[in-house]
Design a protein around this ligand. Structure first.
Ligand SMILES: Nc1ncnc2c1ncn2[C@@H]1O[C@H](COP(=O)(O)OP(=O)(O)O)[C@@H](O)[C@H]1O
Ligand SMILES: NC(=O)OP(=O)(O)O
Length: 311
């Protein structure tokens, strides 16, 4: 069985959302222990990951340092997060595999994802990145031309363009490495967004793709049987945060789409996960599961989490 495991930004930082190097290394260790358990059971695993906190922080660093060193655009920041998180995850996974005496090599693929240059996402920013700020501090940055959004109890967060992923450009490289026996980490942050010019030349564009939507596409591109979206909650929940809250268990894509249409899943967090899970099974995937890392193993067999199956 081949499984695409998508790790959320929450799985890549500390529980309180801190993203210092030591927080990220510790979080990667926890996530990769769960992945190593799967590999030990001879499940074939491809890993992708979010980069929201990291790419937002890099962007801020670039902006603050702009008078001293030339700033790089957002797509470059995204590429840098793929490399950094890739090496941190490889170190963590290889350490866990060695502990279990499992002999597997790892590889990270810098991955580009094709988007349309006229995607509506370029005119209406929707992707939350970076740190949370209180309303008054966010308001100052809005005055400087940034777009910030109220994200509820954690505070305000910057939002940037997030076009639809159309094709994982480097999926053939991922496939080749998987075929050669590597545990591959790919398409971090949903992929580096690129558009194709008229002559077919690719160039990076300033945006951050939703990693769950990217994961659904990558999962199909590498013929995964199961897509597991790992986050910090064990289930998608109906009436989330209310006394009527109810976990969603096994559900068809059509039922899940109906729940989404009723507004049960917040945009920018659970909403894209549900969309990605539905897209994967609607495109022919056997099963997509939304759960936390503690339930990863059972998620793969469809016995835990929110399990979206074909209609
Ligand atoms: N209906 C819902 N069911 C469960 N969680 C929800 C729901 N609506 C919003 N959420 C929020 O979605 C969060 C997970 O999304 P997100 O923070 O984007 O995760 P990640 O960084 O792991 O990708 C949960 O921590 C929860 O607060
Ligand atoms: N690119 C992306 O969706 O990252 P997060 O999952 O960290 O938000």
């Amino acid at each position: 069985m081949r499984v695409l495991v998508a790790l959320g930004g929450n799985a890549m930082t500390s529980a309180d959302g801190r993203a210092r190097p030591e927080d990220q290394i510790a979080a990667a260790g926890v996530a990769m222990a769960a992945v190593a358990d799967l590999l030990q059971r001879e499940v074939e695993v491809v890993v992708t990951h979010g980069n929201g906190p990291q790419v937002g922080n890099l962007l801020v660093k670039n902006e603050i340092a702009a008078a001293v060193v030339p700033p790089v655009p957002l797509d470059w920041c995204g590429a840098q997060t793929q490399a950094t998180l890739g090496f941190v995850l490889m170190d963590a996974l290889e350490a866990e595999l060695a502990r279990r005496s499992v002999d597997r090599r790892t590889a990270t693929v810098v991955t580009r994802t094709l988007v349309a240059s006229d995607d509506a996402g370029f005119t209406r920013p929707t992707k939350p990145i970076g740190r949370y700020l209180p309303a008054d501090e966010a308001a100052l940055l809005v005055e400087h031309g940034e777009t910030w959004e109220d994200r509820g109890e954690k505070g305000w967060r910057r939002v940037v363009a997030s076009p639809e992923p159309l094709r994982i450009v480097d999926a053939p490289a991922v496939q080749a490495l998987v075929g050669a026996g590597f545990v591959v980490i790919a398409n971090g942050g949903g992929g580096i967004p690129v558009v194709a010019d008229e002559d077919g030349t690719l160039r990076g564009v300033e945006a951050v793709i939703d990693k769950d939507l990217g994961a659904a596409l990558l999962a199909r591109s590498v013929d995964a049987d199961v897509l597991v979206i790992g986050t910090d909650v064990p289930h998608a929940v109906l009436h989330y945060g209310t006394p009527e809250a109810r976990d969603v268990g096994v559900v068809t894509a059509a039922e899940m789409r109906a729940y989404a249409a009723e507004g049960h899943f917040a945009s920018g967090s659970m909403g894209p996960k549900v969309d990605a899970a539905c897209r994967f099974v609607e495109a022919g995937g056997a099963r997509a599961v939304i759960t936390d890392l503690a339930h990863l193993s059972d998620a793969v067999t469809g016995t835990s989490g929110t399990v979206v199956v074909p209609n």
